[in-house]
Design a binder for this molecule. Structure first.
Ligand code: WTA
Length: 677
């Protein structure tokens, strides 16, 4: 049995086990102004009222045509929400606000360089820019409803403008995180079948102007080798009219958007009336096998869900200035920088750079300058700011009413610093647990109704009914004191519809494990398995422990171990590779890479550096291993499987357990000496 499942090291196996903390209650001031203060909300969204309860969210939007079926399960487990409804996301995020709020700021764009002016884009200005770019996409690039477009854009206002222009036309956008490599971009171009790429020439990061255009050239060439032709590369300019990248434009393929836009000045495009079930966007994420999967999100269900949760959980009011420090290249940014806040007519902040540029006071200066009152970030950023600037928040005059943490478990100590120093003891905090696949929050407290508990996400948000199963499918209830696989019993409107082009993988990975009847059309037979380990305390709050599969959560970003391992194998000298998560003070986890070499090849620092570089080239700097360990052999089972669990224990300096059943137990000591000195 030692040769079965235990060959893998999961995050959950090395997760820290914190004790349960005491409750902290939101302030009266917060409660007095909160959107959701009615305790009956949990009843309204109970399973008895499912699925009609989600009408409450859909009714926050403007529909061209109302739906006739709230939830259609005929193609289970591909759920269809609000069937028969017609809607446009761009209209809901822009046009519907114009009559009353056209002069209100929709987007505050904060450039990384502090002496560059902040750009305040009103809803009217957003309307003009989105319409003109939509006209260009339609007319010049020939795009229409259902086509896919890959965006490879960093954190500038052009990113939401591009997304909303696509949404206006019913074109499916697929944004690739700006920090990802050209190769990652190429893979996503190929998988989504995009023949248009929207990029930018350059952007600021850590004080330097990065050349981004060069990635487009490499990506387009790499996609071509895989048979996907990109015929147009549309390039925003970081400084319109000025060339900021040394990479030349390719005649007949590359176009500066700012030049083309001159022909579309004053053009308006009517939003396309989209069936609620048509896809709005794809968002790729790492999974258990090498290939990233394109999570396909719907138009009506997704928008309803992010709008509802933005209102009740983020407590966004139209008069709020809301700053989510995530990158729009991740799902958090799509849902809770762009679609949710804009659907609610708030002002959303987009910051180009890194939080500690030029110093760790920067985020708090931005908050002070813009009167930000809702703040949203990830534990990795909180840990970093706590480490390098613990006393900075107190120096600035800002006041948050509400703060969010998302993306990975947050240590109670770090939570308390966030609460006391960043939130100045005034802000209600929500710890939101969810995933790219989910569209919006799954677990969190409802901030004015439920007390906070540091280190715990809370219960399911309204309409989400989590359940923990053990390996055999038995329920582990509240207070069971044991960790298991957290699942959701019911579908919800924000959920992805399928994996783009791979329904089988969608069913297999998320629904098969605990499915009660594969032929069933009843949603009750299809619990959704998230792939995280969790425990439920007596009070019903969930504590998320980490991934149970081969995914490593680095700084809140999901990296597939297989992706990293295959990137190492690109180096010809490498025979085998294995990646394990290792605990890191700021990033939460970091990948440690073990490689063995082909016969006759000698280890060297140069080779280790080349392997590390290969990972950066293939995936991006976020996947860079902490260390490349070149070992004489991998610890293996007798059937030849690499024992990642043993490597993980060695990297984390924890107990390796019984290794005598291994084919080569001696190698364990050899590796221990090497890495533990
Ligand atoms: C982890 C990010 C603990 C979890 C929105 C999940 C969390 C993965 C939390 C999804 C949280 C996310 N507490 N762990 N509050 N939020 N996670 O797809 O392991 O980038 O499966 O979505 O992050 O990461 P993803």
């Amino acid at each position: 049995m030692a040769e079965k499942e235990v060959t893998e090291t999961s995050e959950a196996q090395i997760a820290v086990h914190w004790g349960e903390e005491n409750y902290i209650y939101p302030s009266m001031q917060f409660i007095a102004q909160a959107n959701m203060t009615d305790p009956s909300v949990h009843d309204r969204f109970s399973l008895d009222n499912f699925p009609e309860c989600f009408k409450e969210y859909a009714d926050m939007l403007d529909w061209y045509e109302y739906w006739h079926t709230t939830l259609d399960t005929s193609d289970a487990p591909c759920w269809k929400w609000f069937v028969g409804g017609k809607i446009n996301a761009s209209y809901n995020c822009i046009d519907r606000h114009l009559p009353k709020n056209k002069n209100k700021t929709a987007i505050h764009f904060v450039p990384e360089l502090e002496d560059e002016k902040i750009e305040h884009i009103t809803y009217q200005e957003l309307y003009v820019r989105v319409s003109e770019f939509a006209a260009l996409l339609q007319d010049f690039a020939g795009l229409k409803k259902g086509d896919r477009v890959t965006l490879h854009l960093p954190m500038t206002a052009e990113l939401p403008i591009s997304m909303l222009a696509c949404a206006r036309l019913g074109v499916i956008h697929s944004e690739v995180f700006g920090g990802f490599s050209a190769k990652s971009c190429a893979d996503r171009i190929v998988d989504s079948g995009s023949n248009v790429l929207v990029t930018i020439d350059a952007y600021y990061r850590g004080g330097g102007l990065l050349n981004h255009k060069e990635k487009a050239d490499i990506a387009v060439e790499a996609a071509k080798k895989e048979g996907q032709i990109v015929d147009k590369v549309l390039v925003w300019q970081r400084y319109p009219g000025k060339e900021s990248s040394p990479t030349p434009m390719v005649e007949g393929r590359d176009y500066y958007i700012n030049d083309l836009l001159k022909d579309y000045s004053g053009k308006r495009v009517d939003p396309v009336r989209m069936p609620a079930e048509d896809p709005l966007f794809l968002m790729y994420t790492s999974g258990t096998t090498g290939k990233p999967k394109g999570c396909q999100h719907s138009t009506g269900g997704y928008l309803a869900y992010v709008t509802g949760t933005s209102k009740y959980i983020q407590d966004i009011h139209p008069e709020d200035v809301y700053w989510c420090m995530a990158d729009i290249g991740w799902i958090t940014g799509h849902s809770y920088i762009v679609y949710g806040p804009l659907a609610l007519c708030a002002s959303t902040v987009i910051y180009e750079g890194i939080p500690n540029f030029p110093d760790p006071g920067r985020p708090w200066r931005i908050a002070q300058e813009l009167d930000v009152n809702i703040f949203h970030t990830a534990p990795t950023a909180i840990r970093a700011l706590r480490k390098i600037g613990p006393d900075e928040p107190a120096k600035y005059n800002y006041h948050f009413k509400h703060m969010t943490t998302v993306g990975e478990p947050i240590e109670p100590e770090v939570w308390k610093w966030y609460y006391k120093e960043v939130g100045k003891g005034e802000a209600a905090i929500v710890d939101t647990w969810w995933q790219t696949e989910n569209g919006g929050f799954l677990c969190s407290t409802v901030p004015a109704l439920d007390p906070m508990k540091p280190g715990s996400a809370g219960k399911g948000v309204p309409g989400i009914h989590p359940i923990i199963y053990d390996e055999d499918g038995a329920e582990l209830g509240a207070g069971a004191g044991k960790a298991g696989n957290i699942c959701i019993q019911n579908p919800w409107p924000g959920s992805f519809q399928t994996i783009w082009g791979d329904r089988e993988r969608y069913v297999q990975q998320y629904y098969e494990r605990y499915c009660k009847d594969k032929n069933s059309k009843d949603w009750r037979d299809w619990p959704y398995m998230a792939g995280d380990a969790a425990v439920q305390a007596e009070d019903g709050y969930f504590r998320i422990l980490g991934r149970i599969d081969d995914v490593i959560n680095v700084s809140g970003h999901r990296l597939g171990t297989k992706e990293i391992e295959s990137a190492a194998l690109v180096v010809p000298e490498v025979a085998e590779s294995a990646v394990v998560p290792v605990a890191h003070e700021i990033k939460g986890k970091e990948p440690d890479l073990y490689v063995s070499l082909k016969p006759g090849i000698e280890p060297s620092d140069e080779l280790a550096a080349r392997i590390s570089k290969s990972i950066i080239d293939e995936i991006g700097p976020i996947a860079k291993p902490r260390k490349v360990w070149i070992v004489s052999d991998m610890p293996k089972t007798r059937s030849g499987k690499i024992m990642r669990r043993v490597l993980g224990a060695l990297s984390n300096k924890t107990d390796v357990g019984d290794v005598m059943t291994l084919a080569n137990p001696d190698v364990v000591d050899e590796i221990r000496k090497m890495i533990q000195g």
